[in-house]
Design a protein. Structure first.
Length: 69
């Protein structure tokens, strides 16, 4: 999610979608949140390699996998 979920009584974009939970996208547009659609998405995450940095990372040193960028 780009922003926290907020409940609106009316569609914040005035598109007639009705009341519900919306989140603000990066472009200033509100999208309606759907729990059914969210359940269908498979969260893959990322795998750690032997030294603990994320696979495919350009920073190869020992860490807990959370590298600040």
């Amino acid at each position: 999610m780009v922003s926290p979920l907020r409940y609106f009584k009316n569609d914040p974009n005035k598109m007639g979608r009705g009341p519900g939970v919306y989140y603000l996208r990066g472009n200033g547009y509100y999208s309606q949140y759907s729990i059914q659609r969210d359940r269908k998405k498979l969260s893959k995450g990322y795998q750690l390699n032997k030294v603990g940095s994320p696979k495919g990372s350009s920073i190869l040193h020992t860490s807990d996998g959370n590298l600040p960028r």
